[in-house]
Write a protein that binds this ligand. Structure first.
Ligand code: ZN
Length: 414
């Protein structure tokens, strides 16, 4: 599947600062020690609806990781998927009387436009579930052959993963069994389904049903893949047996990332699947959770259509720390717009305080678990002084613009 178009990222002087990130498995901030190249897999959208602010905040988070790694001299190999066949997509298409393929293509195209506008560095591989079905079916056969997967005997043809085959199951999310059962029920799992060996066993392959798309699965029988095995197989195929980072929103901690990791670890015999599991917080709206069921999603494309500058949106989203669940209000956007305006004015100033100090400060803040509020405060302070005409180093405004561009993905040049 085609990715979106990237842009030139300025190279900054000196050496970048090694990045430390909070790892959900270890429940601690730990230094990243990426391989060569650094490998990152981020779970992408299920394209039944447009990109909302929560998606944007998540994608920006991992874009910052990529920018920090690049600044430290690492080459980065980045893979993102599109779950272009799954229950939510099919349900929406049925509800709206639309062809699910057309719906998926349209929303994926809109997502690409949004990502480009937000200046997200594109993944090296942007991969759909549908195009990955032969590879996924093959790995499910491997799991069956090793005894880690089984077929239900109720005639549906559904195949499940046996969580007891994964010795590390639970180590990514650190949840109690009761918590896992609750999240599984809430987030697309089926803990109450009869006939499973364990209530937490996730679906690997859904046998063909009337009115649903299905693909030839060889010995699996016709059907379509589950979501967790999709991400595991795409990541293993393109990035290798163990990766530096798996990322997504914090609603993916369980069951999605736990199950993806379990599939990958059983398939490769190596653990952990990812050195860091990194999760971005949710964006709420005016004190409420933003969700499709509440009908209060704020779409990036809609805001762009209303004339909101994507760079102001980006600045507004990174004004809070990526891990915190945070609220979006009119003031959040207004502050982002004012900051962008001020930074753009400062970048045009005849001079400013020493750019090298600013670069070191921004690198230092971002290296500490992507402390964007701290990085923004350092640039705000620099901008105040530049606009006040203090310490006029004539090279500083140009370096400030490069720092904003390379490390934060915010273009302040006209
Ligand atoms: Zn995923």
């Amino acid at each position: 599947m085609d990715s979106w178009t990237g842009h030139e990222v300025p190279r900054l002087p000196g050496t970048g600062t090694p990045l430390a990130l909070f790892d959900s498995a270890r429940q601690a901030v730990a230094p990243t020690r990426p391989a060569s190249p650094a490998t990152m897999y981020v779970c992408g959208i299920t394209p039944y609806d447009a990109t909302h602010l929560g998606h944007a905040a998540t994608m920006i988070t991992f874009d910052l990781v990529q920018r920090m790694w690049r600044d430290s001299g690492h080459q980065v190999k980045y893979v993102q998927n599109v779950t272009d066949v799954d229950d939510p997509l099919l349900e929406r298409a049925t509800r709206d009387g639309e062809d699910w393929v057309v719906l998926a293509m349209r929303e994926t195209a809109l997502f690409r436009e949004d990502m480009e506008a937000l200046r997200i560095i594109p993944p090296d591989h942007y991969v759909g579930a549908v195009e990955s079905i032969p590879a996924i079916a093959e790995q499910i056969r491997t799991l069956i052959d090793s005894g880690a997967a089984y077929r239900l005997t109720d005639g549906t043809g559904d195949i499940y993963f046996d969580v007891s085959s994964a010795s590390g199951f639970g180590s990514e999310s650190n949840l109690s069994r009761d918590q896992m059962l609750a999240f599984a029920a809430e987030r697309g799992g089926d803990p109450r389904r009869p006939g499973k060996r364990d209530a937490l066993d996730p679906l690997l392959w859904r046998g063909a049903r009337d009115g649903e798309p299905a693909w030839e699965g060889g010995p699996l029988g016709p059907g379509r893949p589950g979501w967790h095995i999709e991400c595991a197989v795409i990541a293993l195929g393109l990035l290798g047996d163990q990766i530096d980072l798996q990322g997504g929103g914090n609603d993916l901690i369980f069951p999605h990332h736990e199950c993806s990791a379990a599939h990958a670890e059983v398939l490769t015999g190596q653990a952990p699947f990812a050195a860091h599991y990194v999760h971005a917080g949710m964006i709420g709206l005016n004190g409420e959770k933003m969700s499709k069921s509440r009908g209060n999603l704020v779409f990036v494309s809609r805001m762009r259509g209303d004339g909101v500058a994507p760079m102001a949106l980006r600045l507004a989203l990174i004004a809070g720390h990526y891990r915190s669940d945070r609220q979006w209000t009119d003031d959040t956007l207004k502050t982002g717009q004012q900051r962008l305006h001020r930074w753009r004015s400062a970048a045009r100033a005849a001079g400013g305080p020493g750019g090298a100090d600013l670069l070191a400060a921004v690198r230092g803040r971002l290296a500490d678990d992507l402390d964007t509020p701290g990085a923004l405060a350092a640039i705000d302070e620099w901008a105040d002084q530049a606009l006040a005409g203090v310490a006029p180093d004539p090279h500083a405004p140009s370096l400030m613009a490069d720092v904003c561009d390379a490390l934060l993905g915010v273009r302040v040049r006209d």
